[in-house]
Design a binder for this molecule. Sequence first.
Ligand SMILES: Cc1cc2nc3c(=O)[nH]c(=O)nc-3n(C[C@H](O)[C@H](O)[C@H](O)COP(=O)(O)OP(=O)(O)OC[C@H]3O[C@@H](n4cnc5c(N)ncnc54)[C@H](O)[C@@H]3O)c2cc1C
Length: 382
Amino acid sequence: MPELFEIAVIGRGLIGSAAARHLAEAGHRVVLIGPDEPTDRRTSLGPFCSHPDEGRITRVAGRTAVWSQLAARSIERYADIEQRAGIDFHVPCGLVSSSPKISEWLENSTTAGGDARLVTTDWVSEHTGIVLSNGHPALYESGPAGYINPRRLVAAQTKLAQAAGAVLIKETAHTLRASGAGYVISGSWGSSTADRVLVTTGAFGSELLPRSLNLHRMPRTTVTAEISVADSLPSLICVDPPDERLDEIYWVPPVRYSDGRVALKIGGSLRNSEPVEQAALTDWFQSEGDETEVDALRNSLFGLLPGIEVRSWAQKPCVVTNTATEHPYIGWVEDGIAVAIGGCGSAAKSSDELGRLASTLFESENWSDALPSTAFQPKFAD
Ligand SMILES: Cc1cc2nc3c(=O)[nH]c(=O)nc-3n(C[C@H](O)[C@H](O)[C@H](O)COP(=O)(O)OP(=O)(O)OC[C@H]3O[C@@H](n4cnc5c(N)ncnc54)[C@H](O)[C@@H]3O)c2cc1C
């Protein structure tokens, strides 16, 4: 007779591991189901995750008031998670952002209690060496803005969830079906039964849901560069970067990657890029990414840090999962199945709060948070 859980969380990424921690620490009997990262992405059939990396930018100055609140609430808990799990993941190295919408980002930051302030491009150049030539205003946000290590955050959340009694199954769920009053989740480990289910599978796992969500899975290629200036760079977000093929770029300052290189990671979005179909996701993750995007990212790096020397380059494909509302979907898709899906390229820093909000769905029938439930309402593909 399989063990009966109150809640199964399917997907052990940033949001799922956070939700499992909040649920387990609230006293629920939780099973957290999700595989480790593929050891070799070129041969793996997936599922792949959006956090197979050493750096994700963290900041309060977000694109919407909701994103800023989500980040501020999460950042406030970083130190507690680090300390209790004994796993560090946060580096408060500051952030420079440049965008035509900087006044909105500043307002969102101020409302959420952040300390972002307007700076001139001369100030940015003098203090960081970054040359901004897009003609847009810029802001600087000091620590705790900077970056987090997403792998280590998942490890910390998982460790704390287990310490609070969550059972961990490091496997992929292949099916989810209603059975009696609950649900049976099956995979290569056999099956687990739970009263209710939270699906947090990112770009993958749509086959588990009764209806498809309205998601756009955007292919992105990131580049890492071993550079000569390694010290004291802040994180960066730059709309309309030096290479016109890109809408936007961001970077995470140099950190050590699994291949041993200490490298700056740079990513962004090509203008008018198209979503990747679900059926093509695995092929995309097995590929080397998009060479046009790689070239444009490299160009932008030389434009932003003139005179920089690059000792080596590497590149990798990944996927950003966008929603129709520009915020993650957090809500019920049928009586016993809830989702927390669609990070919109911004959920890593805020994943603890997104997981907490998802956990509250299981505490009360009514949305009880000050943030509007409509911002998170799941939208379906049909
Ligand atoms: C290149 C890139 C750069 C980014 N930069 C930033 C940034 O600087 N700052 C920021 O805040 N955010 C950033 N993001 C966004 C952030 O990484 C994502 O929003 C976040 O990872 C989403 O978390 P998630 O839990 O929804 O998905 P994921 O982290 O992808 O986790 C989903 C998990 O579900 C698992 N899964 C899938 N299917 C199944 C199944 N059938 N059974 C069991 N498990 C399954 C997967 O293996 C995975 O572990 C970036 C994203 C990308 C791709």
